[in-house]
Design a protein around this ligand. Structure first.
Ligand code: URA
Length: 209
């Protein structure tokens, strides 16, 4: 069963409260989403392997630890996932970024892929799938299915806010994928918005409506 890790660091919770506020405009919203994504990425990558190296300081030789070279793949689900990319790249500039675009078929209500470009060495990378809102879980589950079909193995999911329904959907279909969130909200409403949530993350990031 996937672990659900709620990252309740005071800085993240503080910034999330401003992100949720309906009066926060797109510029501040974008900046804060990126900052929170960066802070969360710090926790998501806590178990990255390190190796010992020797470094010559101005004073003496020091034994230090460096990242052992695990390759990261960052996969935003379009379009709101884009809002979290730069923050994580600030921490991991060598990460490769894949993109997955899905829309919901109005007839079947099933997610349909319209764009997919992923790093070719997917199976060798630690993959972080990002989407700010884990609502019904439909698009995240479809994205995880797609990534695994393309060879992805080590996958984590990073969202800002989740609804219990979305967490359940991911846990049932992808029990190997750990879920990192900043908040677990109450429920979905009749329009599949997370309550209390933050509204439409894509619209708030890009100033559309
Ligand atoms: N997507 C959003 O952007 N917001 C929600 O509340 C649910 C899905």
């Amino acid at each position: 069963m996937s672990r659900v890790v709620v990252i309740d660091h005071p800085l993240i919770q503080h910034k999330l409260s401003i992100i949720r506020d309906k009066d926060t405009g797109p510029k501040e919203f974008r900046e804060l989403v990126n900052e929170v994504a960066m802070l969360m990425a710090y926790e998501v990558t806590r178990d990255l392997p390190t190796e010992e190296v020797e470094v010559e300081t101005p004073v003496a030789r020091a034994r230090c630890r460096r990242l052992a070279g695990e390759k990261i793949g960052l996969i935003p689900i379009l379009r709101a996932g884009l809002g979290m990319v730069q923050g994580i790249l600030n921490l991991y500039p060598t990460a490769r970024v894949g993109h997955i675009g899905l829309y919901r078929d109005p007839g079947t209500l099933q997610p349909v892929e319209y764009y997919c470009k992923l790093p070719s060495d997917l199976s060798e990378r630690e993959l972080i799938v990002v989407d700010p809102m884990l609502a019904t879980g439909g698009s995240v589950v479809a994205a995880l299915d797609l990534i695994k079909r393309r060879g992805g193995v080590k996958i984590k999911l990073l969202c800002l806010i989740a609804a219990p329904e979305g967490v359940k959907a991911v846990q049932e279909t992808h029990p190997d994928v750990d879920i990192y969130i900043a908040a677990l909200d109450e429920r979905l409403n009749e329009h599949a918005y997370i309550v209390p949530g933050l509204g439409d993350a894509g619209d708030r990031l890009f100033g559309t409506k």
